[in-house]
Design a protein around this ligand. Structure first.
Ligand code: C2E
Ligand code: MG
Ligand code: MG
Length: 644
């Protein structure tokens, strides 16, 4: 409609000829040119309407020239104001036009003398030779796809080399203009600076994939590495790799006895040491607290993995943050080989299962995964649920084992020992369920259950046998419990809430707890002793404590581990050590109990070297509370008849 309104009128050729002759005559100054009479009116009419149409066209052209000028100004202004760089590419003769901002983004200073809207003209290699090698192929492929008309627009986030030599992240967009055959003749678009956003994204991605304490890859990233290794193995069946799961022994003691900062510092040192011990290309990750994982690439044999694992066991001495203390930390390692099959998660789980078995088997700190370990782990999972239920329903029971005065065989005290009769699996020994409770953070709950049960049983013995016949009961405390800052008052409150005098209860702690003097464990035990509660050091001789710092142990009674008792009859040197330990304990006002006495030979020998008390199957196995009551009554009768 627009066109028909402004188009010139349709004039017959004959008249048009005359009209143009007339116009030329006028133009040449032949002003006497006259129009012929014939058709004059019609011609004048046409001339008129043509003049009008020409005027309209002139108006319109003026108008659109103005509009174009305004629009060009606007365009120049927006290019100048926009943060993006613009480019325009004449495809057939590869002529590129790059806006000043475009050039500035690549590190060229904007020349103030040049109008800042005038573009630089150059072949596109000006830009394409600056692409980052990692993205050059993608850039080319996407560009060809778009030029061929496969994609509606070109768009790519990529890096370009800046004049300062570094790379910057940009987003390039563009759309091609095509001829009627669909051939791209021209393409134009922009580049946006996305460097900052990309860096933040990369940082976030890095943080999400790495452990903050050590800077090592975390579990999700480790799994990604495993997936790559598995993909490589699929392409090349000779490619063999191994997954190692590594755990530090008793790391929690560092956290509990020193501080979390000291724990973190230790983890950092361990990570650095392990990193240095690995070959280039191997991957070290920290999965959780003291749990590391290692991917050993390209192994020649399974035994190579074992050799490396054994080498990793040899950890150097580490320093404690803010102290001159030196720590000798040990670790355990589980190994899973790529031949075991399965996906990344399965391989890691296999290594963890092998680690679990290395932790349970004290003889071998490195274990290779075997499929039977999977069943063991499944069984452990069932046991975990059952133990939770047993604790919640209080179906765990307590047995008591008498501790005998060796010089007159009288009962001196009892040890309370937790007992678990599993509904399907029968008797489960404490050596199985106590570590399980520790790993599930349930050992304090278990300890409190035993203490409450013991208090109730003591009250019952007092009721039946009388207070003067009742003997103290010692309850075992796990190292995990001793890291609780308010443990002493919690224990004391429990005892007094039953209305019992504190001296009727005692607590046993293992000597391995005292890797150094001081710390929260020592404080707790001191507080207990101040309230007349005796402290016993359990399994003495098996841990790290040395006779040289026996004096620093806050305890009243030493319990010599059963393993000594077993060998002292045959080993005279060991006998000498035990005798000296007993003498030293006496000098320090401590009494000594020998555990695990099974024969009269052992009992007599221990008595002869000065041991005060004995505990073992020779005297009695651990028995239920009502049998203890009978024992107390019998003991009393025996005394009365003079046979004790
Ligand atoms: P423990 O505290 O050293 O307890 C002594 C262990 O030696 C008991 O094993 C006892 O039954 C066993 N025993 C006693 N006399 C003999 C003997 O003549 N020969 C032999 N071979 N063994 C003897 P049990 O009851 O299996 O307990 C094992 C360990 O489990 C305990 O060692 C203790 O560390 C832990 N435990 C038991 N009950 C508890 C508890 O309530 N809390 C905590 N935290 N640990 C507990
Ligand atoms: Mg004990
Ligand atoms: Mg013991």
């Amino acid at each position: 409609m627009h066109n028909t309104q402004h188009s010139l009128p349709d004039i017959p050729m004959r008249q048009f000829k005359r009209l143009s002759d007339g116009c030329r005559a006028l133009a040449e100054g032949k002003l006497d040119y006259r129009l012929p009479d014939e058709g004059r009116d019609e011609l004048a009419q046409n001339f008129n309407s043509m003049a009008n149409a020409i005027q309209r066209r002139i108006d319109e052209l003026q108008h659109s020239t103005e509009r174009l000028k305004r629009s060009e100004e606007r365009y120049a202004l927006s290019i100048h104001g926009a943060n993006d760089g613009f480019w325009d590419w004449e495809v057939p003769d590869d002529r590129g036009h790059f806006s000043p901002r475009f050039c500035e983004m690549l590190g060229y200073p904007v020349d103030a003398s040049v109008s800042d809207t005038s573009p630089l003209e150059a072949p596109t290699t000006f830009f394409t030779t600056r692409l980052h090698p990692d993205e050059t192929t993608t850039f080319r492929t996407r560009m060809i796809e778009h030029l061929k008309g496969i994609t509606p627009q070109f768009m790519l986030e990529h890096r370009v080399r800046h004049e300062d030599g570094g790379y910057r992240w940009i987003m390039t967009r563009g759309v091609a203009q095509r001829n009627t055959q669909g051939r791209a003749l021209r393409m134009a678009g922009s580049i946006s600076d996305i460097h900052l956003r990309k860096r933040v994204e990369q940082q976030l991605h890095h943080d999400a994939m790495h452990d903050i304490v050590t800077g090592l890859p975390n579990q999700p990233l480790f799994i990604e590495h495993l997936q790559h290794a598995l993909a490589q193995r699929e392409r090349d069946l000779h490619f063999r790799f191994a997954v190692l799961a590594l755990n530090l022994e008793r790391f929690h003691l560092v956290n509990d006895s020193y501080s979390h900062a000291a724990g973190d510092h230790l983890l950092h040192q361990v990570a650095e040491h392990l990193g240095r011990s690995l070959r280039g290309g191997d991957i070290l990750a920290r999965l959780s607290a003291d749990h590391f994982a290692i991917l050993l690439h390209d192994l020649s044999s399974n035994s190579e993995a074992l050799e490396i694992a054994r080498r990793l066991l040899e950890l150097p001495a580490f320093t404690v943050l803010g102290s001159r203390q030196i720590l000798h930390i040990q670790c355990r390692i589980g190994v899973a080989m790529s031949d075991d099959g399965g996906n990344a998660e399965t391989l890691l789980r296999n290594a963890d299962n092998a680690l679990q078995s290395a932790r349970n088997d004290t003889s071998s700190p490195v274990q290779i995964f075997q499929s039977s370990m999977h069943d063991i782990v499944l069984n452990r999972l069932t046991l975990e649920t059952d133990l939770r239920n047993a604790l919640a329903e209080k179906t765990l029971s307590v047995a008591y084992q008498p501790i005998i005065r060796l010089f007159d065989s009288g009962i001196a005290s009892f040890e309370a020992l937790a007992r678990w009769q599993h509904p399907e699996q029968g008797y489960i020994p404490p050596n199985v369920f106590i570590p399980l409770a520790e790993s599930l953070n349930l050992v304090h709950e278990l300890g409190m259950l035993v203490l409450n049960r013991a208090c109730l049983d003591i009250k019952e013995w007092i009721r039946q046998a009388g207070a003067d016949r009742v003997r103290p009961v010692s309850v075992n405390l796990s190292a995990h419990q001793l890291s609780r800052p308010d443990l002493a008052s919690e224990l004391l409150d429990t005892i007094t809430s039953h209305g019992l005098p504190p001296e009727l209860l005692r607590f046993e702690v293992t000597e391995s707890l005292f890797t150094r003097s001081g710390g929260p464990a020592t404080e707790t035990l001191q507080k207990l002793r101040e309230t007349r509660i005796a402290v016993l050091i359990d399994d003495f001789g098996t841990g790290y404590s040395a006779l040289s710092y026996l004096h620093a142990l806050p305890c009243d009674i030493l319990k010599l581990d059963g393993s000594f008792v077993n060998s002292i009859t045959a080993d005279s040197r060991l006998r000498a050590i035990v005798r000296h330990s007993i003498d030293l304990a006496h000098d320090l006002d401590m009494a000594v109990v020998a555990e695990g006495i099974e024969s009269t030979v052992q009992s007599n020998l221990l008595r002869s070297i000065g041991c005060d008390f004995g505990q073992g199957y020779l005297f009695s196995k651990p028995v239920p509370a009502d049998e203890i009551c009978q024992m107390l009554l019998a003991q009393n009768k025996a005394r009365k008849t003079g046979a004790g």
